[in-house]
Design a protein around this ligand. Structure first.
Ligand code: GDP
Ligand code: MG
Length: 229
């Protein structure tokens, strides 16, 4: 969210006029009602850049390794109920994980997508370190989601789905396996985040809370009946 939007939000919160702001903004010809900052985190080469490109452009950057230089972001507007939600998705370079520069970036992120590669035990083992970092530096109410990426490469899998599920349960975060190559669950991951953030921002007191875990489970089952990893 821009500095101006943050200021507006704070002002409204002080005035007690509204829990959220509906500001119609035009950005590169695309209108949105509300915007959120989302960050992709995880070790180098787990597929963060590919997942972002898959979501943003519906394509897969196969073959060569696309070195992410520093930190970069892409915007995508999605429809949630009747609102246009802009996700500003920040892509990071994994090798910077213990550098203070990355911390500064996710301090103001509303959601974090934490990725590991199902063909890399090391990237999975590092998730705990990532979560420790996140709990130290991110906002207290940040939405976290764990993603086991490269679900398409079954032959080289070394991290079982159950292991991912167990770890996610331990930390109380939603989990799913994704593939930037086939696209499986990529849109669902971002949509679930967008829905959760939108509901948090606009929820009235008497409204039932949005259940991100239930939503994901329902959608996963829907797609698993006919989808392929
Ligand atoms: N098979 C497969 N390869 C992937 C997938 N996602 C990324 N890759 C490959 O993994 C490598 C690293 O991806 P990249 O997005 O650059 O990782 P990052 O360092 O986390 O941004 C590249 O060669 C990608 O083509 C996926 O879902 N399936
Ligand atoms: Mg990258």
């Amino acid at each position: 969210m821009s500095e101006r939007n943050t200021m507006l939000l704070e002002k409204q919160a002080k005035n007690g006029t509204s829990k959220y702001m509906l500001e119609r903004c035009a950005s590169v010809n695309e209108y949105y009602d509300i915007a959120f900052k989302v960050m992709l985190l995880g070790d180098s080469s787990v597929g963060k850049t590919c997942v972002l490109v898959r979501f943003k452009d519906g394509a897969f950057l196969g073959g060569n390794f696309i070195a992410t230089v520093g930190i970069d972001f892409r915007n995508k507007v999605v429809d949630v109920d009747n609102l246009k939600v802009k996700l500003q998705i920040w892509d990071t370079a994994g090798q910077e994980r213990f550098r203070s520069v990355t911390h500064a970036y996710y301090r103001d992120a509303q959601a974090l997508l934490l990725l590991y590669d199902i063909t890399s035990k090391m990237s999975f083992d590092n998730i705990r370190a990532w979560l420790t970092e996140i709990h130290e530096y991110a906002q207290k109410d940040v939405v976290i989601m764990l993603l086991g990426n490269k679900a398409d490469v079954a032959a080289e899998r070394v991290v079982k789905t159950e292991d991912g599920e167990r770890l996610a349960k331990e930390y109380g975060v939603p989990f799913m396996e994704t593939s930037a190559k086939t696209g499986v669950n990529v849109e669902l991951a971002f949509l679930a985040i967008a829905k959760e953030l939108k509901h948090r921002a606009t929820q009235q007191q008497n409204e039932p809370k949005f259940q991100i875990h239930d939503y994901i489970e329902a959608q996963k089952h829907k797609s698993s009946c006919c989808g392929h990893m």
